[in-house]
Structures are given as C-alpha cells and as structure tokens.
Design a protein around this ligand. Structure first.
Ligand code: SF4
Ligand code: SF4
Length: 299
C-alpha cells in the first residue's frame, strides 16, 4: 500500500474500479415486496459472513456455531495463504439462499451484514503500518436490481441506520481490524502459522467451540481471566466475540491484550496442546462429529 488516494482512478466510470464515497453520498434506492425483481438478489448468492452474522443466525436457528457452519456455510480463503472467511452455502444443486421464501427473507431480523448493506458495499482500508482504519462505501448497480429506479433519495448513512447496520458494524469492527492489520503488516510480522490461522477460524466463526476452548484447564492456567469475565462469556456470545478479537491480537500480532499467568510463557505450548485435547474429548463426550482438532500453539 502507499499514500496514494485510492478513490482517484483514471477510469472513474469503469464497473471494475468502484468509485468510493463517504456516508453523506445521496443514493436513490428502495426495495419492497411489490418490485418486479423481488427476491432476484437472493436467488443467486455470493455472501460473506462476519462473526457477528454467525452469532445472530445460529441463535435465531437455535443451534451451536459448528452446526450452523456445517449446514449453512463453507470456508474460503480471503487472501492467498491468509485468513479464512466463511460464505453462505446456497441450496443444494442451486444458487439461491437457503433462507429465501416466497415472501422474502425468512431470517429478515437477523439477516447478515452483506444483505443489509446491498446495494452499498463497505470498503475498509488501512495504510501500511497505520493503526487507523478508513471506511468508504461503494454503490453496486447490477442490471437485475430495479431498486435504483425507485424515487426515494437518502444518504448512505441514513440507509445504514435504516438497515440496522450500526450494531453490525460495531461488532464486525474487531474482525475487520484483524484482517486489515494482517494485510498492512505483511511479511514484517512474519507469516502466521497454520495453527494460528486455525485459531483465527475457531475464535471468529465457531464461537461455541471457542467457549469450550477458553474453559479448558490449559487455557485457564495460561491466561489470567477473571471469574466475572468467565461468567459473562458463559451467557453472552457478543462479549465472548469481543474477547476473541483481543485473544487473536495476542496470537497473531503478539500484542499483550490478555494478561498471562506467571510461568505460563514457559509452558504455554504444551498446555495449549493439552487444552485442545480436552476440547476434543469434550466434543466426543457430547457426540459431536466435527473434524479433528489439531494442536495449536499460541505463540
Ligand atoms: S439471508 Fe435473507 S436477505 Fe440474505 S440472501 Fe438470504 S434470503 Fe436474501
Ligand atoms: S430491488 Fe434489488 S435488492 Fe430489492 S429485491 Fe430487487 S434485486 Fe433485490
């Protein structure tokens, strides 16, 4: 990355080089049940999920995060040799969203960030070695979407508020920060180990498994987390998610975000291996059929 303003392009009208805006940009858009293209966008999906999206959906469906991941998502590589992301798995042998029904979206109150934003796209940027994220927006105009022809004008900020995005952006922020930081630091911090990338996946997307992980003896003997915090994490997925972001800053970037117990540094690799064995045993006791867990070092 450089100091060049990436919103300036020699091809401002090109569909492959999106123009970037701030929240004051006025758009003309309305989506409603009587529009000709109703459900067209949900019939052919390519939707990435944030960690907070997964929490909202798995709780709505009354299932654990691993059950949700297996049934409704598939992993993909967000960047070469980098962190994994998760996308919605469409219906079997088709392209439609599994939650699409004739009346529209069957999980509307808990629909993911990308569905709320459409036709606006959120673009997060960070310059190399900077600690400040910059947010910009792009407007996607696909030929099938008639909403752009509707006579309703509002700013992108008003649209975000209408779509309930402030909460979604707030709890997605830590995840975006991790990804941006990984991209902006590049090789300076070294390539994350396969094990730390596995931890990234678990802590971001499989929050119920992460809860078991932090309750293992190995984790508890390494990290100094209070009983009050544990009590909160037991019942509050969002608080646990914010803790997972702190934990990952320590794992991926060696930031001291969670206090370690005396002597834990010397023994941490062995203890973490043991904690994952305990986690696997716990899952087997519960009859889980999730894939094997490899030991993960937290260095
Ligand atoms: S979650 Fe709802 S809004 Fe999003 S693609 Fe599926 S049906 Fe459409
Ligand atoms: S107006 Fe656009 S967002 Fe709304 S249903 Fe049609 S294609 Fe989807």
């Amino acid at each position: 990355m450089s100091d060049i303003d990436i919103s300036q392009s020699p091809f401002p009208a090109s569909p492959v080089v999106p123009e970037l805006f701030d929240g004051s940009k006025v758009i003309s858009f309305r989506c409603h049940k009587d529009i000709k293209c109703f459900n067209a966008c949900c019939s052919n999906i390519d939707i990435s999920l944030t960690p907070y999206d997964i929490i909202r959906l798995k709780n709505r469906l009354g299932m654990n995060s691993d059950e949700f991941l297996l049934n409704y998502s598939f992993p993909y590589e967000m960047e070469r040799e980098g962190m994994a992301g998760v996308k919605f798995k469409p219906v079997e042998n088709g392209t439609a969203c599994q939650f699409m029904v004739d009346e529209g979206c069957s999980v509307y109150e808990d629909r993911p960030t990308a569905c709320r934003y459409y036709p606006v796209g959120l673009v997060s940027q960070r310059k190399q070695d900077e600690y400040v994220d910059r947010t910009a927006f792009a407007v996607v105009k696909e030929p099938h979407c008639m909403g752009h022809l509707e006579d309703r004008k509002l700013t992108i900020d008003e649209y975000r508020q209408e779509q309930g995005l402030e909460e979604y952006d707030k709890y997605g922020h830590g995840w975006r920060q991790l990804i941006l930081k990984k991209k902006s630091t590049g090789p300076a911090v070294g390539k994350p180990s396969k094990r730390s990338l596995q931890l990234f996946f678990m802590a971001c997307y499989d929050i119920d498994r992460f809860r078991l992980f932090i309750n293992s003896d190995g984790f508890k003997s390494s990290f100094d987390v209070s009983e009050e915090e544990y009590a909160t994490f037991e019942k509050d997925d969002v608080a646990l998610l914010e803790f997972s972001y702190r934990f990952l800053k320590q794992v991926l970037f060696a930031e001291e975000t969670i206090a370690m117990r005396d002597g834990a540094l010397d023994a941490r690799i062995g203890r973490t291996d043991k904690s994952l064995e305990e986690l696997q045993a716990e899952r087997e006791r519960k009859g889980g059929d999730a894939p094997d867990i490899e030991p993960v070092d937290i260095a």
